[in-house]
Write a protein that binds this ligand. Structure first.
Ligand SMILES: NC(=O)C1=CN([C@@H]2O[C@H](COP(=O)(O)OP(=O)(O)OC[C@H]3O[C@@H](n4cnc5c(N)ncnc54)[C@H](O)[C@@H]3O)[C@@H](O)[C@H]2O)[C@@H](O)CC1
Ligand SMILES: Nc1ncnc2c1ncn2[C@@H]1O[C@H](COP(=O)(O)OP(=O)(O)OP(=O)(O)O)[C@@H](O)[C@H]1O
Ligand SMILES: [Mg+2]
Length: 385
């Protein structure tokens, strides 16, 4: 029997009837049911307050299929690990943000602190020397590595040796990370971009899941081979980043009429990656299914919300991977942990943004939203202590 997430709920009830009570009562079945429901079509899985047409499944071509509204709360509950006395530091996740330069210190901070607030045990930042002290001063919780360099601080004849020592330093740490986030506040300096390309190649060889955001997307849009066929890569483009990606990879303009097919085609053309297209709804695809989270968040569009998202997605996708591995999913269950991580991260950000807006209204800024990440997770998935 196929238990793939693509099955419709009616088919599920049919299976349930025929497989008998033993199977229905088994923990394995309940696990499958929750995971399936979490990605079931809007009409049966989502009873949200918004009434926009985006909440209904869209009629799509066979290639793209319908857009599913995720039962994102069920996903969060399922993949969030219980707090357990037996666990030691690091087991709930070690995340690294690769970003932070002279111009941008907020973005890597937002991503790194969000990872901690969601529940990771350790959060590192690899940034330029200029940015490091600033980021450290925002929070003593973060482990900050001032190792990246931009062109202005490297002589031409030193480039090769500096680049290789940056890579050596990052490699020393890389295997410890459950996920890295490349791009928040990275900047677009050409020397830095070359160094980051080497780091991404290494992460890939080491099978480290990689969320690509912000300037990381600028880098890969111009060098798509960095993520091609990497099923452990998640791209989180905003409206402009998505536009540039579509133009470059599909050689056309963004088409809202065929948004779902276009997103599917983009994933397929790049091969294996998961893409979360951010916007009014966060639309997620791995080239097979298209899922969305459209829970209302906040009408404030202050900068930095995407950074919260990338840090959160890094944690949740690590938890989802761990959950699926430790629950030994049958091969035919094509649950993609990267997709689950995107769904969970999107919901948590939106819930936190809603709570922050309720309190701060027009003055809501990113740090206000970060303050509510904990409560949002607690509302969905109580710590129970
Ligand atoms: N406090 C901080 O340090 C923050 C830093 N950030 C970082 O800032 C860097 C740049 O990110 P951005 O999202 O600003 O990226 P972009 O440089 O792509 O966009 C900058 C702004 O230019 C405009 N724009 C870009 N492309 C456009 C187009 N085709 N048509 C019309 N307008 C267009 C948009 O208003 C956009 O917000 C990234 O490293 C990002 O992580 C942001 O995350 C926001 C917060
Ligand atoms: N039009 C919208 N309506 C409702 N929520 C939105 C809208 N656009 C974005 N969001 C929310 O903000 C989140 C971040 O998306 P945004 O487009 O601001 O990313 P970004 O530009 O990369 O952010 P950053 O400033 O951190 O770089 C989305 O995941 C979504 O929850
Ligand atoms: Mg961004």
């Amino acid at each position: 029997m196929s238990l793939s997430m693509g099955a419709c709920p009616h088919a599920w009830r049919h299976h349930l009837h025929h497989r008998g009570r033993m199977w229905a009562a088994s923990p394995a079945f309940r696990r499958q049911l929750v995971l399936l429901r979490s990605l079931a079509p809007t009409t049966c899985a989502y009873g949200g307050r918004a009434s926009s047409s985006s909440l209904r499944p869209h009629a799509m071509s066979a290639a793209a299929g319908p857009v599913y509204e995720a039962d994102a709360e069920a996903v969060v509950r399922r993949i969030t690990p219980p707090l357990d006395r037996a666990r030691h530091k690091g087991q709930a996740g070690k995340i690294a943000i690769i970003g932070g330069c002279r111009e941008y210190t907020g973005a890597p901070y937002f991503a790194a602190i969000s990872a901690l607030k969601v529940g990771a045990d350790l959060s590192h930042v690899f940034c330029t020397k200029d940015a490091a002290t600033v980021i450290k001063s925002y929070s003593p919780e973060l482990i900050v590595h001032p190792i990246l360099e931009e062109s202005y601080s490297v002589r031409d004849d030193e480039r090769e040796s500096v680049s290789s020592s940056i890579l050596t330093e990052v490699i020393k740490w890389m295997e410890r990370f459950d996920c890295i986030v490349v791009g928040p506040g990275l900047g677009r300096d050409s020397f830095l971009m070359d160094c980051i390309s080497n780091i991404m190649r290494h992460a890939r060889q080491a099978n480290i899941p990689t969320v690509v955001d912000g300037d990381g997307l600028f880098l890969i849009t111009n060098n798509i081979g960095l993520v091609e066929d990497n099923s452990l890569a998640i791209l989180t483009p905003n409206v402009y980043e998505y536009k540039r990606l579509v133009q470059k990879v599909l050689n056309c303009e963004v088409n809202e009429e065929n948004a779902s097919e276009q997103l599917t085609a983009l994933c397929q053309k790049i091969g294996g990656v998961t893409i979360m297209r951010k916007g009014k709804a966060d639309v997620i695809s791995d080239g097979k299914k298209v899922t969305q989270v459209s829970t209302f968040g906040s009408p404030r569009r202050c900068g930095g919300q995407g950074d919260i998202l990338s840090g959160s997605v890094a944690v949740f996708s690590s938890w989802a991977r761990h959950f699926l591995l430790s629950n030994k999913q049958p091969k035919e269950t094509s649950v993609n942990p990267m997709v689950l991580g995107c769904i969970a991260g999107s919901l948590l950000l939106r819930k936190a943004a809603a709570l922050a807006f309720e309190k701060n209204k027009r003055s809501t800024v990113t740090t206000d939203i970060i303050e509510f990440l904990g409560q949002s997770l607690e509302d969905i998935c109580p710590a129970g202590w």
